[in-house]
Design a protein. Structure first.
Lengths: 112, 113
């Protein structure tokens, strides 16, 4: 069983709308959680990084939350744009030594 | 943040030939490099981990004699796909790492005909 589960698997929204992507994990001991955006045919690009003590972090229209007690994270996208169409990947690290566990990603499609 | 480049960005080769993919960290000394393979609509699959100057550690199911990894310096790692077959066609991505810092390359699309 994957230690990082993301939902939904895919999502279609209209341009301008908001959406929230979910990530649940069982990775332990927890070091940090990262959200990446991956455009088709490109490498993942970091959106946010959160450690145990951080509950929320924003990067422009992207806001990530973390509840380390329930081992849940969310990525909220406001006022979506067509360019937000991509896969969003949740990655959880167990230690500082680069052991990163990947979620399967959420495929977001923003339609005009 | 640091920039990680991959070369080539895409390559087409004939079955049976070998292909080398380079991963360079341009302003960042990576103590560890990771290589991933990604098939369409799937997540990244870790192939191997390499530390500078050491032999790579391969994930279960990845043939080390087929996917040769060299991490000659803190800024360069190479992945050579030997005797490529059509099933090796995939998107290959490297990740440069130093402690807390992690940067992915832009990926290389390999098509084997």
């Amino acid at each position: 069983k994957n230690q990082v589960e993301q939902s939904p698997q895919s999502l279609i929204i209209l341009e301008g709308k908001n959406c929230t992507l979910q990530c649940n994990y069982t990775v332990s001991p927890f070091s940090n959680l990262r959200w990446y955006k991956q455009d088709t045919g490109r490498g993942p690009v970091s959106l946010t990084i959160m450690t145990f003590s951080e509950n929320t972090k924003s990067n422009g229209r992207y806001t990530a939350t973390l509840d380390a007690d329930t081992k849940q994270s969310s990525l909220h996208i406001t006022a979506s744009q067509l360019s937000d169409s991509a896969s969003y990947i949740c990655v959880v690290s167990a230690t500082r030594n680069n052991d990163m566990r990947f979620g399967a990603g959420t495929r977001l499609t923003v339609k005009p | 943040g640091a920039v990680v480049s991959q070369h080539p960005s895409w390559v087409i080769c004939k079955s049976g030939t070998s292909v080398k993919i380079e991963c360079r960290s341009l302003d960042f000394q990576a103590t560890t490099m990771f290589w991933y393979r990604q098939f369409p609509k799937q997540s990244l699959m870790l192939m191997a981990t390499s530390n500078e100057g050491s032999k790579a550690t391969y994930e279960q199911g990845v043939e080390k004699d087929k996917f040769l990894i060299n991490h000659a310096s803190l800024t360069l790692s190479t992945l050579t796909v030997t005797s490529a077959h059509p099933e090796d066609s995939s998107f290959y991505i490297c990740r440069a790492s130093r402690g807390y810092e992690q940067y992915f390359g832009p990926g290389t699309r390999l098509t084997v005909t």
